[in-house]
Design a protein around this ligand. Structure first.
Ligand code: VGL
Ligand code: ZN
Length: 211
């Protein structure tokens, strides 16, 4: 197991039933990272370290759902709708449904906060820091600064969407960022999206690590 730096936050991204096998937008093998996340979260349950969960939390009829667009299916590309895309999704993580719940096997007791995102019906929010318009804040930066956090570790689902954007925004917000590759799984749509995401993070100065 890695040596975790002082003043570190672990962001556990979207470990919700809809992103797990059997869910509405399942990430292949998403369940295989649960035990490892719990084990790591326990190590962050410690002086000068914190754990934060994010939760995709859409209203019914959200603009990222294919069902909200006449003649579109999940996976279809969408262009020209600000804050939405590059593809449309099946209905998922609708507020107050079972699919939106963080999976019961995830040890939520280690967390100090749950950041909900994607609540604006017209804009998606892949990142736990900003909505996809890059303007509307979730409050995560302020929370981390208030807790005097310097280092952000990212794990969860999905590698090439919410984990990727969360890590990139953490970096641009001035944190030192570690992306825990073996505690995340990807969607890989469009093709090569996982590898492209990893390459972009490396170029941005994010350290890709395994624990
Ligand atoms: C996510 C697609 C749509 C994610 C959320 O958590 O990675 N992906 N909404
Ligand atoms: Zn979503």
């Amino acid at each position: 197991m890695i040596d975790i730096k002082r003043r570190s936050a672990l962001i556990v991204v979207d470990m919700q039933n809809d992103f797990l096998p059997g869910g509405a937008l399942p990430v292949a093998e998403g369940d295989q990272i649960i035990d490892g996340i719990n084990e790591l979260a326990r190590k962050f349950y410690n002086k000068d370290k914190i754990v934060i969960f994010s939760q995709d939390w859409h209203p019914e009829g959200h603009a990222s759902f294919a069902s909200s667009h006449e003649g579109k299916n999940p996976g279809n590309p969408i262009e020209g709708v600000p804050g939405i895309g590059p593809v449309l999704w099946p209905d998922h993580c609708v507020q107050n449904t079972y699919g939106a719940e963080i999976n019961e096997r995830i040890e939520k007791k280690y967390g100090i906060a749950i950041i909900q995102k994607g609540t604006n019906p017209n804009i998606d929010s892949y990142s736990a820091f900003f909505e996809n318009d890059k303007k509307t804040k979730t409050g995560l930066t302020d929370l981390l600064r208030e807790k005097r956090i310097k280092n952000v570790y990212v794990c969860g689902l999905a590698l090439d969407y919410c984990c990727f954007y969360t890590a990139m925004d953490a970096k641009s917000e001035g944190f030192n960022v570690f992306f825990i590759k073996n505690l995340t799984k990807g969607i890989d749509i469009p093709v090569k999206n996982i590898q492209n995401s990893l390459d972009s993070m490396t170029s941005a100065g994010i350290e890709i690590i395994e624990v």
